[in-house]
Design a protein around this ligand. Structure first.
Ligand SMILES: Cc1cc2nc3c(=O)[nH]c(=O)nc-3n(C[C@H](O)[C@H](O)[C@H](O)COP(=O)(O)OP(=O)(O)OC[C@H]3O[C@@H](n4cnc5c(N)ncnc54)[C@H](O)[C@@H]3O)c2cc1C
Length: 399
């Protein structure tokens, strides 16, 4: 995909998508409808999908060439820019059960891997043969990443890692990117590649959550796990910078998926409201319902405008500090919007909106976590408040 074409969206007076972007958008939509939506109920009713079914879906992702869109072709990816990634992620957000997670987007920080690490981890992850989980959170370290207790103590030829990682995306992974403090020093946060099957790594528990996602979120214990120097991603002490880099991409992806989720919920509620008759008229003709639909449409429009603008900027301009500042705003706005919109969609559908077989109910449940992970809404507000203080309001309003 030619990333230069992204410029057409904000080029002077032309805010429309290029032909190329429209093609990508409709191909992504077709993929979601044909491949992911067909697995939704199975995922919901089974509390996730079997390994066999996940492999099948993974093959489809590769066949449709939607694997690793966020990595360069040299590293085995599709080389989409941030705007193109957003167009795909928006459509993926329509699927329930986090089926979007099957569409592998290996952590962007892996582009800093050594050639050997790329061969061992990144390339097979791009091909759908391996999968990573980026594990930072711990019992005592959630929003406060510096409070991480997992330590990597130097030993002859490498490190010994000890710690506990909670709320992971590790159910579908075969290796972990472990955020640990070298010699217990919070000023030396470092990311390590750790294979799940090495001695000392064990799953303590896989708790149930509100959603039924494609795979679970196990809690890992790492006990005297020995890794070589060659398992460090980047350098000792770079863990926080690598994680920050990953946060920008992950937060924009959440924003995009939330817009996709809210749009699908609104489409379904809108269609229902036109066909459902009570008191002798379609319920959409009651102003109470019509006003909800109006608010939902406007909320999506506002969030989508912001999302497209920021993703266009991060695709075409390269100020990482601004990208970080604005990705927080996108994540905050889109995740809170999606909760409000999906809640109204449930309300419009009445009892039917509360049934798990209804995608609207699942979307409502699924988007709840988007206000919690990758930095809670409160943490995003802290970041935004800090940016206003440091750089001025213009970061958000001066354009
Ligand atoms: C399903 C799921 C999957 C996840 N996947 C991953 C993963 O793959 N990898 C990973 O590393 N983590 C993952 N997480 C963890 C997630 O990022 C954390 O849950 C999140 O960062 C919040 O941390 P916490 O849950 O410990 O809440 P806490 O940090 O304990 O926060 C509790 C409350 O206090 C508020 N709060 C905290 N600090 C402040 C402050 N300074 N000012 C105002 N309010 C504050 C929070 O906003 C929240 O409301 C996942 C979580 C879930 C639920």
């Amino acid at each position: 995909m030619d990333s230069v074409s992204s410029k057409s969206i904000m080029n002077g007076t032309n805010f429309s998508l290029s032909e190329e972007h429209r093609r990508l958008q409709s191909r992504a939509r077709a993929f979601v409808d044909e491949v992911l939506v067909s697995a939704e109920l199975e995922c919901e009713e089974g509390g996730g999908l079997s390994a066999g079914r996940i492999s099948e879906l993974t093959r489809s992702v590769v066949d449709w060439e939607f694997n690793a869109v966020n990595h360069s072709p040299e590293d085995g990816g599709q080389g989409y820019d941030n705007f193109e990634q957003m167009l795909l992620n928006e459509q993926l957000g329509r699927a329930t059960g986090a089926l979007w997670n099957v569409v592998m987007q290996p952590a962007s920080s892996m582009r800093f891997a050594t050639p050997e690490q790329k061969r061992e981890y990144l390339a097979p992850t791009c091909r759908g043969e391996r999968r990573e989980a980026y594990v930072i959170t711990e019992p005592g370290a959630g929003s406060d990443v510096r409070a991480v207790q997992t330590r990597a103590d130097r030993i002859d030829g490498g490190f010994k890692i000890n710690g506990e990682k909670w709320f992971t995306d590790g159910g579908g992974a075969d290796y972990l990117l472990v955020h640990a403090h070298v010699d217990g020093d919070p000023d030396r946060p470092t990311v390590f590649f750790v294979d799940k099957d090495v001695p000392g790594v064990r799953v303590e528990k896989t708790p149930s959550f509100t959603h039924n996602y494609v795979w679970g979120h196990p809690q890992f214990v790492l006990e005297d796990v020995e890794v070589g120097e060659d398992k460090i991603l980047g350098d000792v002490g770079e863990g926080f910078e690598l994680t920050k880099d990953w946060f920008v991409e992950a937060r924009l992806a959440i924003g995009a998926r939330c817009v996709g989720a809210a749009t699908r919920a609104t489409e379904i509620a809108n269609e229902f409201a036109a066909g459902r008759v009570q008191f002798g008229q379609p319920v959409r003709d009651f102003q109470a319902i019509e006003f909800m639909l109006a608010d939902m449409a406007v909320e999506i429009m506002a969030s989508k405008s912001m999302l497209y603008r920021v993703c266009w900027e991060t695709a075409n301009e390269s100020d990482p500090k601004l990208a970080h500042a604005r990705a927080s705003a996108v994540k905050l706005q889109c995740s809170e919007m999606a909760s409000r919109v999906c809640d109204k969609a449930v309300q419009i559908m009445g009892g039917r909106g509360y049934q798990r077989e209804n995608p609207v109910e699942r979307l409502w449940r699924d988007v709840r976590v988007d206000r919690i992970w990758e930095g809670t809404s409160e943490v995003q507000r802290m970041i935004i408040g800090g940016q206003i203080k440091k750089r001025g309001l213009d970061v958000y309003t001066g354009w």
